[in-house]
Design a protein around this ligand. Structure first.
Ligand SMILES: Nc1ncnc2c1ncn2[C@@H]1O[C@H](COP(=O)(O)OP(=O)(O)OP(=O)(O)O)[C@@H](O)[C@H]1O
Length: 258
């Protein structure tokens, strides 16, 4: 079980002498094992929402519940992967995962064993003793994903995890993530600027709005699984892609870009 409930969330930031509202009365329920993407124009609050759910950012008011239990800061029930590589540069790929497991309370022996299993899961066993600066961007993100799921969180929170990768690596990472999601039955919240990626991966796409400071629309992705890239040429995919993009374009306030 890993239902995520966001209830009447409000968030603002200090801005000059006042406060700027970013999220206003946002409520959302994400079901166990659901894969949800969050899209929206730059500045609509995607990263803020994810940071609040991760417990890294305070709220003004509102509640985040994991299986009906309110969160109180970061927790082992949630794993997080960011766009920028967050591996510790002085630790090898294996040690980076072991470090997280030890922090989660695993013994040294168990940490080593579980870290090795997760490196194998992301097909990086051969790179166990390699330092992050010797890994490609895609490899670093594979270690980051292995680390984030190694201690068995119920929910995986991902903020533009493939944003810095080339198209081919990105595609490979999407396939890998889908496999992990299917095998581990995780609940995933995935932030992306890429609407195609959002549709391809998700059960639902949540669109946040700059103007409305919250959810503008929720799009169900009724495409059969398992999916492959062929699905992107289907009429249903093209139509949904257009609809979401149109909504995002409508939301962009041209003045805010000046
Ligand atoms: N720590 C902070 N202090 C002040 N304002 C902030 C802070 N973090 C975010 N904001 C503001 O909150 C708004 C939402 O930012 P956020 O990064 O969540 O948007 P986003 O949708 O993730 O944007 P992008 O797609 O460009 O990454 C922006 O106006 C931003 O300037």
């Amino acid at each position: 079980m890993a239902n995520l409930t966001i209830h009447q969330l409000n968030k603002s930031f200090a801005f000059e002498k006042t406060r700027r509202e970013v999220l206003k009365s946002l409520s959302l329920s994400i079901k166990d094992n659901e894969f949800v993407s969050v899209v929206g124009a730059s500045g609509c609050g995607k990263s803020t929402l994810l940071s609040i759910i991760a417990g890294l950012e305070d709220t003004d008011s509102g509640q985040i519940l994991v299986d009906d239990v309110p969160i109180n800061g970061p927790g082992l029930d949630r794993g997080v992967v960011f766009q920028t590589y967050t591996l510790l540069p002085w630790l090898t790929a294996l040690q980076n995962i072991e470090f997280a497991l030890k922090a989660a309370g695993y013994s040294a022996a168990a940490s080593r064993k579980v870290a090795r299993e997760h490196l194998e899961l992301v097909k990086l066993s051969k790179f166990a003793n390699v330092y992050p600066n010797q890994l490609s961007g895609g490899m670093k993100q594979r270690v980051a994903i292995a680390r984030a799921i190694s201690y068995r969180p119920k929910i995986l929170l991902m903020d533009e995890p493939f944003g810095a990768l080339d198209a081919i690596t990105r595609y490979q990472m999407q396939e890998l993530l889908t496999k992990i999601w299917e095998q581990h039955r995780l609940t995933v919240m995935f932030i992306t600027h890429d609407v195609e990626e959002a549709i391809y991966l998700s059960d639902r796409v949540i669109m946040l709005s700059v103007k409305e400071k919250g959810i503008k629309q929720i799009f169900d992705v009724n495409l059969p699984r398992p999916r492959d890239k062929e699905v992107m040429s289907s009429q249903a995919f093209i139509q949904l892609h257009r609809e979401i993009l149109d909504n995002i374009h409508q939301d962009i306030d041209s003045e805010s870009l000046l």
